[in-house]
Write a protein that binds this ligand. Sequence first.
Ligand code: ADP
Ligand code: ASP
Ligand code: MG
Length: 407
Amino acid sequence: MRCVVKKFGGTSVGDIHRIREVAKKVAAARDQGEHIVVVVSAMAGETDRLVTLAHQLVESPNAREFDLLLSTGEMVSSALLALVLNDMGYAAESFVGRQVGILTDSIHTRARIRRIDGERILRALEQGRIAVVAGFQGIDEREDLTTLGRGGSDTTAVALAAALGAEMCEIYTDVDGVYTADPNLVPGARRLRKISYDEMLEMASLGAKVLQTRSVEVGKIYQVPVLVKSTFQEGEGTLVTEEDAELEKVVVSGVTLDKNQARITVAAVPDRPGVAAKILGQVSDAHIVVDMIVQNVGEQGLTDLSFTVARGDGQKAATLVQEVLPEIGAREVKLDATIAKVSIIGAGMRSHAGVAAGMFTALARENINIFMISTSEIKISCVIDEKYGELAVRALHEAFGLSQDRG
Ligand code: ADP
Ligand code: ASP
Ligand code: MG
């Protein structure tokens, strides 16, 4: 059955008035004859409120209970939206993750979807109903509730679109598309008409929270066209799709800033095989994702090893490394949570030399020191002092001519 998945984010369902507006939008699409699956986020600020509640009670909440708590935000908004749709005369049914068979692994608070049994949704659509699904959640093998990480409703939407063979996954949010940089940070940022899955993947994982990284991954694997649009105004939005000749021509498509970073430095590490494996193994066993890794050239048999993790994992990672210090014979572990990562992304980098030099020059012009560098085919990232983050993004946006109209 041909259907469309429409996802509405937290701001879009932020209060009763906005939920009613979303209902009108959904109803108008239904009037056009579309079969619609709606995915909703929790009302703006609700997930943060729940996180704070838990932390007021206990320092490190049990992950299983925490997930159950967090998932309630989306249940509320899905039920409210279905209520108002029904009241308007449109048959609608709300569902929580488990009712529509969203099965995940058991990594609480950052679970990954393994499988979706869309049977229940298809039945609702066949009966002419609008399915309203609570985003961000699923159940694991033990039938325990899991959540998909912050921003996870995007992934619910794209994964449902893939599972149902939907024509399109529309992501309605508070900006009218994907921009060359966060429009709330860079006033001159421009909306992109199209962006490739690979570029969007980099943008998302490097800090552009407009789409959750995993949602882009799923979109790419299952070839789901994803359209990012504004809930509040009409417009063509940004299409996330396969790369084509037009997209390849652009050297730099976007600039991102990620302040959610911490750096851990292990000082005076004996320079011998197996030490890095020991340190990083300890961290990855705790399911902490390590991003950049730098090992300095050793002197007198000793070296320094630095790596970055998400800021929320910084303390835990430092403690874990501290535990293996005696075993590896390193001197000390330092945690620095005042760093940020700025990145430039563009498919055209593959075939252009000198992009990195342009980035370093632009940062040097602003007197911004670079602590770490990492590159891939289509991106370059630099770790810098957090306090220069915004300045760096604006300088790079300017240096690569992103404010200029490309026609
Ligand atoms: P929602 O609640 O709808 O999921 P999010 O807050 O998760 O919305 O994502 C939208 C926000 O993403 C925007 O308000 C904007 O500040 C931010 N953002 C960051 N980088 C970009 C970018 N390159 N283009 C568009 N928005 C961006
Ligand atoms: N409500 C969750 C969050 O705030 C999931 C989402 O909005 O996508 O992260
Ligand atoms: Mg979001």
